[in-house]
Design a protein around this ligand. Structure first.
Ligand SMILES: [Ca+2]
Length: 256
């Protein structure tokens, strides 16, 4: 009986934690289609969204966004959110260009009757023809109840690029702002088969190392500055650092 009493709180804890960190996007991996029509997502007018199966970040499919008129067109879906809460919105993109030739993500906030309140500033991609994880931390206005999650092409009359693996998660969990890791507090360097992580905070952070194609090479939990033995070929890599309340993506090069 004692054992059972111990197991139950553990199960409840794990369930509550995973519920907190769950992805609120439906069909975020773009795997679900009705024929050639994308399921769940709404498609703006003036844009062609086609099933992409050559360049995918994960699974079998992604979407390719081609604008047929002006820019700022793409796909969006509406979800229920909690007013005042902080969320992390991230989408993997393989854009054909940058800025007005590239892709972007943003969130539009609405009140419970659906009326427009405000939008987050657009986050644009920064590389061409490589997979990159666009990540934005957004805070819902106190009286917001609905979010439109948007992925857009910013090219006029052209193929802006490919998107996959959209993720929108609530960033809560009792870590205070003082614990939150800022981008300037984290850096990576590599030499002689060792990855050195310089971090000014000591609370645990999950760090994933990805190659330019977006393949995960390794994932580690670290607390404070650390040195990880890791064999990497010459090239450019992304380090994605996650803890509850923040997500930081940094690029580093391996020169041999
Ligand atoms: Ca996919």
């Amino acid at each position: 009986m004692k054992k059972l009493l111990f197991i139950i709180p553990c199960v409840v804890f794990v369930w509550a934690f995973s519920l907190n960190a769950s992805n609120l996007v439906q069909n975020g991996g773009f795997e679900s289609w009705e024929g050639d029509t994308l399921a769940v997502w709404n498609i703006d007018s003036g844009v062609n969204v086609v099933k992409e199966s050559t360049y995918v970040h994960s699974g079998s499919y992604a979407i390719d966004i081609t604008t047929t008129s002006t820019s700022n067109r793409g796909v969006w879906q509406q979800i229920s959110i909690s007013g005042g809460a902080e969320y992390i919105y991230s989408v993997w993109v393989r854009a054909n260009g940058t800025g007005s030739n590239g892709m972007g993500i943003l969130v539009t906030w609405r009140s419970s009757d659906g009326s427009y309140m405000s939008s987050s500033p657009t986050k644009y991609n920064s590389d061409s023809l490589v997979w990159e994880n666009m990540v934005d931390t957004v805070i819902a206005p106190d009286t917001a109840a609905i979010a439109d999650l948007k992925i857009r092409g910013y090219m006029n009359n052209g193929d802006a690029g490919i998107a996959d693996d959209a993720d929108f998660e609530m960033a809560t969990g009792g870590i205070s702002d003082i614990d939150k890791l800022e981008k300037s507090e984290l850096s990576f360097s590599y030499s002689d088969g060792k990855l050195t992580i310089n971090m000014s905070k000591n609370s645990p952070v999950s760090i994933g190392i990805y190659d330019m194609a977006g393949n995960l090479i390794t994932k580690k939990e670290v607390a404070g500055s650390s040195v990880i033995p890791l064999e990497l070929a010459r090239g450019v890599y992304f380090a994605v650092s996650r803890k509850i309340g923040s997500e930081i993506v940094k690029k580093f090069s391996v020169v041999k």
